[in-house]
Write a protein that binds this ligand. Structure first.
Ligand code: PGA
Length: 303
């Protein structure tokens, strides 16, 4: 239900909203004259993706989530604006916006914008240019947010006493390592680059500082052809649990996990023969697990 602005909300708009960096107080007051207040309630769908964008909203109180493809891409609060596609050529909503709390927004509808255009064309144009800039910024952000790395890397890791062995191995098989994108944990990566000149496509944190877990997450997102991890079996390591977890996730996804030089030799040949072909072997346990999880989701949806 539309309400007129009172002084409290005008002050919020002037002092705490996204408008304050681009418009002076007088301009904001003029804009507010064309706007109305809209109250909203927890879980209300404020924007629905694909629907016509017929207003802009600036949050004055409360919080909302911007959701694209079931993922929260932003949390809106304290003077943030949404619905910036309104008054543009492609005036359709680009995302769902769902209220997380009750709140109040300053709304400018297409009709109100048209009135502003007649009364104060200069200000209306300025507001439209401001929305254009915002739209471009958000489009860039969304593109980056959903950009997925689809490369398939070979990961290189070695415990300290095995690093020189890995460097010798890399030198011996330069033909292979020049051909595939490489990722390594921090110290191993630096050592390989300094000793062989081979450049990596990605470097993650040092193993004991979480790097092995990052490599594990790359296995889970299908970014690894193989993990070559020269482990030192004769000394204890603080991050033993991470190394175990990495081996386990490789088993889940059936990514070759070579922990010594002889296995690594075999893995290189295997990768080079098969990298461009699909393995095509049905993984029954993984298929069964995924089916089970789909049933869990289905059951929870019904509850
Ligand atoms: P590092 O990590 O390359 O940073 O030494 C390897 C590891 O020990 O997991």
């Amino acid at each position: 239900m539309a309400e007129a602005f009172d002084i409290k909300y005008l002050k919020l708009l002037q002092e705490h909203s996204i408008l304050k960096d681009s418009f002076n107080e007088l301009e904001i007051e003029e804009l507010a004259r064309s706007m109305s207040l809209r109250r909203f309630y927890t879980d209300e769908m404020l924007n629905r993706e694909g629907e016509p964008a017929d207003s802009t909203l600036i949050l004055l109180e409360g919080m909302a989530h911007v959701v694209v493809k079931e993922q929260r891409v932003a949390t809106l609060q304290d003077g943030d604006l949404f619905g910036e596609s309104a008054f543009s050529e492609d005036a359709s909503r680009k995302a769902n916006v769902i209220a997380r709390t009750d709140g109040v927004a300053a709304e400018l509808t297409t009709e109100q914008f048209e009135t502003l255009m007649t009364r104060q064309p200069h200000l209306a144009w300025k507001y439209q240019r401001f929305l254009d800039t915002l739209r471009r910024k958000h489009a860039d952000f969304n593109e980056r947010f959903f950009q997925r790395d689809t490369s398939r890397y070979v990961a290189l890791l070695a415990h300290n006493d095995k690093k020189s062995e890995l460097i010798e191995f890399v030198k011996r098989h330069r033909w292979f390592f020049d051909k595939y994108p490489l990722v390594a944990t921090g110290t191993t990566g630096t050592a390989i680059f300094q000793s062989t000149g081979i450049t990596l496509s990605r470097k993650v944190s040092s193993g004991p500082l979480g790097g092995d877990q990052v490599i594990g997450s790359m296995v889970a997102s299908d970014n690894l052809l193989a993990v070559i991890f020269f482990r030192d079996p004769l000394s204890p390591h603080a991050h033993h649990a991470d190394v175990e977890a990495l081996g386990r996730v490789c088993d889940v996804y059936r990514v070759p996990f070579a922990t010594n030089v002889v296995t690594a030799e075999a893995v290189l040949i295997h990768i080079d023969n098969n990298a461009r072909k699909e393995m095509g072997i049905l993984d029954e346990s993984l298929a069964k697990y995924r089916q089970h999880q789909a049933e869990v989701i289905e059951k929870l949806r019904g509850d």
